[in-house]
Design a protein around this ligand. Structure first.
Ligand SMILES: [Zn+2]
Length: 125
């Protein structure tokens, strides 16, 4: 793992709200010395998600009645981060896997503010 990745991970574990992550990303450059994250032209992705009790926790299914929309369990919708932002190709670099202390599921802090399986608070060791 590169020192940049380690650095980002460490940072996310201390402070991982979207705004702080964005600020941190702006300090990095890629190999061509271009900003890694183009904050001047952010891409806002709005996804419509409708609650559906039949969907299993932590899953999203395409809404067949409304193309482009998704269905998810109400618990999943409560647990997901609403201010999720996409860092493009480097999205995967921001992965911070934590294990839910209550149900032992592995979860990525990028996406969840609490556990989508049991709604337990996600604690960082
Ligand atoms: Zn859990």
């Amino acid at each position: 793992m590169s020192s940049k990745e380690n650095d980002i991970r460490r940072y996310l574990q201390e402070k991982y709200d979207a705004d702080s992550v964005k600020k941190k990303l702006e300090t990095y450059s890629n190999a061509a010395n271009m900003p890694l994250f183009d904050s001047q032209h952010p891409i806002e992705v709005k996804v419509q998600i409708r609650p559906d009790n039949r969907i299993k926790p932590a899953l999203f299914k395409p809404d067949l009645e409304q193309p482009g929309h998704y269905l998810a369990h109400p618990q999943t919708i409560r647990a997901m981060r609403k201010d999720l932002f996409m860092g493009g190709e480097d999205f995967v670099d921001l992965e911070v896997i934590v294990q839910c202390h209550s149900c032992q599921q592995n979860l990525d802090l990028q996406f969840w503010k609490c556990c989508p399986y049991c709604e337990a608070e996600l604690k960082i060791d």
